[in-house]
Structure formats: structure tokens, C-alpha cells
Design a protein around this ligand. Structure first.
Ligand code: S3P
Length: 357
């Protein structure tokens, strides 16, 4: 591949379907009663890992590429797998499936590639064991053998790490618990699980805790009802093109159909706060997720911004996957960019801090 330096990026593109939403669409459709058609499914190896794990668990999934039809077996109707479930490189698959499998009445094994087998899983094992599931592992790393139990015990769990994956694992286990399960988060993490559960007819109750946190609850009586889904475009993929357009002065780009959920769209706010020309056009709702088009030009001279830009605290979970490309943007800012509170980047599929450096 030969790449020539560009002076501008111009045109219109529709990035692929959102990865986080695609994982959830396949999993929740499998837990639903009835058949769900999913469109604009992410063209990502991680999401293909989710589909293949679900198939090993007895879920019939027709289709390939961008469109799938999933025949759900209900929230506790998965079949005991004959082989280990290979999550490939995908942390979301392993952590969310842990929550689902904790509440199934059989034993299963979750494994993955070398990177995934080195990533921390104690964060999901701890709450799921409190709910009654049993895990075997070496030093809290995959392969994980899960002895599921149904029903699980409901818990109230204070998230020790601002992670949507842990929150989702506990809420999904809570669907198979004998009562109401709650998760308390102190910084808002992506809420695709809550939104999509609502799409499938499950009530998720959100209340402020009084100290700036939020308590999110689900009832073990909930039933998911199949409902077709079109996945919004992936803002994490769009961010690379948006930053390119912002950095190259003669750019004029339209990014179509982008998921603009506030728990994910921190990158848009940051670009706008810097004075970059990023406009949201035609805001709309798609399957309980906000979406819109983004028009981005390179009109703003970033070199003129002389103060240091600092990103830290509660915004970090909302931009966790965009920090590497924001670091590239930082090289173009006159005053530079400082990023704090982002130690989680060390334990992603790679050490993203080392990679950026
Ligand atoms: C994801 C949550 C984030 C993110 C990952 C996908 C999700 O991880 O980095 O790419 O789909 O819930 P954490 O929740 O562990 O921060």
C-alpha cells in the first residue's frame, strides 16, 4: 500500500456499523424471544467472534456481512457448548458473554487470542462470583471456565473501574437473577446496553446516587422481545476521518449516519470546543440511539491555539477509544495536549499509551 500525503480530505463517507452496538445487537437478539433482523452490523473481526460464540451456544444466525437474522432462545435458553468459545481478540465478547453465561445452567469455557488471554478479567469475575457463578482461571486470565447458575443472586455493585463492559456483564447476569440487580457508576460509561435493553422491552431504572453517581437496575423478571435493529455508524471509526479533516486546512467532509450517543461523542465536543468546524446535521434517533451526519472542514488553524488543552476526569470514559487519534490531533495544536486519568489504555487489546508514544 502506498500512501501519498494529502492536502485535504473531501467527500462523503458512511463508516461501518458501531462495534459496541453490533456486539450487543447479536447477544441481546440471542437472548430475546423471537427473530431479530440486524442491519449495518459492524464489519469487524471482534463482532464476528461474538456471532461465532453465539452459534456454538446453539443460536441460529443466518446471513453474513452486514445483515443477520438471529433466532433468539430466550435469556436462559442457550445450549451447553461442545467446544470452548473463542472470543478472538475481543474483550467486549469475553466480558459481556461472561455475564450471560454466569446465568446459564451449564459449564462453558471462554478463551481468546494471546492478547485477550493476557487481559484482566478479575473485574468481571468478582461481581459474577458474588452472584453465585463459579469461575476457574489462572491469575484471573482467560481461558475462563464458568459454572453457571440459574437463578443467580441479585447484587448491588459499585463499579471499581469506569467500564461499560463490567457494567454490562453485571446487568446481563441480573436478567437471570432472582430479584433486582443494580450497578453504581461514578463516571458515565457508554450506555448502549441500557438503551438496547429498552429497545427489546426491558425496563432499566436509572437514579442519581446523590454523590454524582448513577444507579442502574434491572429486574430478573425481565423478558427480551425480538425487535429489528439497524446499527448506527461507528463514531470511533469516524473520529479518524474527522481528525484528518480538522487537521488538513482545505478539507470538506461529510460523515453520514454517525452514532452520537453523549456517552460516546466526547470527541465531537472536544473538536468543537477547540473551535474546529464540526457541525451536526440532521439529528435523529435510530433504534433508541441518537444519530446524525457530521460536516467537518479544516478551516480552523490549530497552530493558533496557544494554551495547553487538558483532557481528564469524567470525559475520559467517553473518549476512551478515541484518545490515540486525539493524540495525533494534539501534535497539531499550538499549545499541545495533555491527557490524564487514562491508565485503562494500558490494558486494552494493546498498551495504547505505549503504541501512541
Ligand atoms: C466497550 C467499552 C470500552 C471500550 C471497548 C468497547 C463496550 O471498554 O474501550 O472498545 O463495548 O462496552 P471498557 O468498558 O472496558 O472501558
Amino acid at each position: 500500500m502506498k500512501i501519498k500525503t494529502a492536502r485535504a480530505v473531501k467527500g462523503e463517507i458512511a463508516p461501518p456499523g458501531d462495534k459496541s452496538i453490533s456486539h450487543r445487537a447479536a447477544m441481546f437478539a440471542a437472548m430475546a424471544e423471537g427473530t431479530t433482523r440486524i442491519e449495518n452490523f459492524a464489519t469487524s473481526a471482534d463482532c464476528a467472534s461474538t456471532v461465532s460464540c453465539l452459534r456454538v451456544l446453539g443460536i441460529e444466525i443466518e446471513g453474513s456481512g452486514l445483515a443477520f437474522q438471529v433466532s433468539g432462545l430466550g435469556k436462559s435458553g442457550f445450549k451447553s457448548p461442545k467446544t470452548a468459545l473463542d472470543c478472538g481478540n475481543s474483550g467486549t465478547t469475553m466480558r459481556l458473554m461472561s455475564g450471560i453465561l454466569a446465568g446459564q445452567d451449564f459449564e462453558s469455557i471462554l478463551t481468546g487470542d494471546e492478547s485477550l488471554r493476557s487481559r484482566p478479567m478479575k473485574r468481571v469475575i468478582d461481581p459474577l462470583e458474588k452472584m453465585g457463578a463459579r469461575f476457574s482461571h489462572q491469575e484471573f486470565r482467560a481461558p475462563l471456565t464458568i459454572a453457571g447458575v440459574n437463578p443467580l443472586k441479585p447484587i448491588e455493585y459499585d463499579l471499581p473501574v469506569a467500564s461499560a463492559q463490567i457494567k454490562s456483564a453485571v446487568l446481563l447476569a441480573g436478567l437471570n437473577a432472582d430479584g433486582t440487580t443494580s450497578v453504581i457508576e461514578h463516571a458515565q460509561t457508554r450506555d448502549h446496553t441500557e438503551r438496547m435493553l429498552e429497545w427489546f422491552g426491558v425496563e432499566t431504572n436509572k437514579v442519581p446516587t446523590g454523590d454524582g453517581g448513577t444507579k442502574i437496575s434491572v429486574s430478573g423478571d425481565s423478558v427480551l422481545k425480538a425487535r429489528d435493529i439497524t446499527v448506527p455508524g461507528d463514531i470511533s471509526s469516524a473520529a479518524f476521518f474527522a481528525v484528518a479533516a480538522v487537521c488538513l486546512r482545505e478539507s470538506n467532509l461529510r460523515l453520514q449516519n454517525i452514532g452520537l450517543n453523549t456517552s460516546r461523542a466526547g470527541v465531537v465536543d472536544i473538536l468543537q470546543d477547540l473551535g474546529a468546524d464540526v457541525e451536526i446535521i440532521d439529528r435523529r434517533e435510530m433504534c433508541n440511539e441518537p444519530v446524525g451526519d457530521l460536516r467537518v472542514t479544516g478551516r480552523r488553524d490549530l497552530g493558533e491555539i496557544s494554551e495547553l488543552t487538558v483532557l481528564k476526569g469524567a470525559v475520559i470514559p467517553n473518549i476512551i477509544d478515541e484518545i490515540p487519534i486525539l493524540a495525533v490531533l494534539g501534535t497539531q495544536l499550538g499549545g499541545g495536549l495533555e491527557i490524564r486519568d487514562a491508565a485503562e489504555l494500558r490494558v486494552k487489546e494493546s498498551d495504547r499509551i505505549a503504541a501512541v508514544v
